[in-house]
Write a new protein. Sequence first.
Length: 149
Amino acid sequence: MAAEDDPALNEPEVTAGHPEDEPESDPKHEDHPEADDAETFPREYVEKLRKESKGYRERAKTAEANLDATLRELFRFKVERNGKLADPEDLKYDAELLADDDALDAAVDDLLAKHPHYAKRKVGGTVGQGVTGTKDEPFSLMGRLSQAV
């Protein structure tokens, strides 16, 4: 049997550790109360800091939600100001379009090219509403009904 086939010979040697090979002990983990006192704070102070931090996190979360809602509303108003869409909600919100009005117009035009039925419609001509006569004529219901036919 060869020396390479013997598993006992292939195992690494285990030697006893020397004191200089061991890592230095951490004074925090030893019984040194003066080291712990220098790096700790009273419980009340830590709880106060945690409560204060929680308040800041909640305020930041609320501010982010308000900012998002405001940006969406601004986007809707910009699309509405464009005047090409019947419903400004038809164009999906895109924060990148807020800074560039030309890109917003291009996005509206692209949407209308894909969905022409989203376009704003204008009523033209006589639609049968409002005053349709001269001021000199007295009002006559029969006259109005005969005009509508």
